[in-house]
Design a protein. Structure first.
Length: 127
């Protein structure tokens, strides 16, 4: 069983990701964080293997806040993979920052919000 925590601003998007992962592989156990402030605790309680977080231009989903959560999660569970999701169509500069975070080794992967559910699931499965 692979444990995944999903932290998204958009609840419908979070539901879609959760459903896509469960449909892709029944071995995914997906939990959704209700608030970014609870994400670190949820990752700790579930012993998450993967954390998927949406990054936006708005507090508390900004890059700075997301990297702080990443640091907290990695301090407790260094093996947890961190994946950021960003809308490359409306957030061009933010998408560049997320891509750079991957290049710098700060995150394990990133996904653009426009990808298909199948592709997203395959990327998460490959981690």
């Amino acid at each position: 069983m692979r444990r995944v925590v999903v932290d998204m601003q958009n609840t419908l998007f979070a539901d879609a990701i959760s459903t896509a992962l469960k449909n892709f592989d029944a071995e995914f156990y997906v939990c959704q964080s209700e608030k970014p402030e609870k994400t670190t605790d949820l990752c700790s309680c579930t012993q998450a293997d993967i954390l998927i977080m949406e990054v936006t231009a708005y507090i508390p989903w900004r890059m700075e806040e997301r990297m702080k959560i990443r640091d907290e999660v990695k301090a407790e569970n260094p093996g947890c993979k961190v994946v950021l999701v960003v809308d490359e169509n409306t957030e061009h500069k933010l998408a560049d920052r997320v891509r750079q975070a991957k290049k710098d080794g700060l995150i394990d992967n990133f996904i653009y919000g426009s990808v298909s559910a199948t592709y997203l699931s395959a990327v998460i499965d490959a981690l």
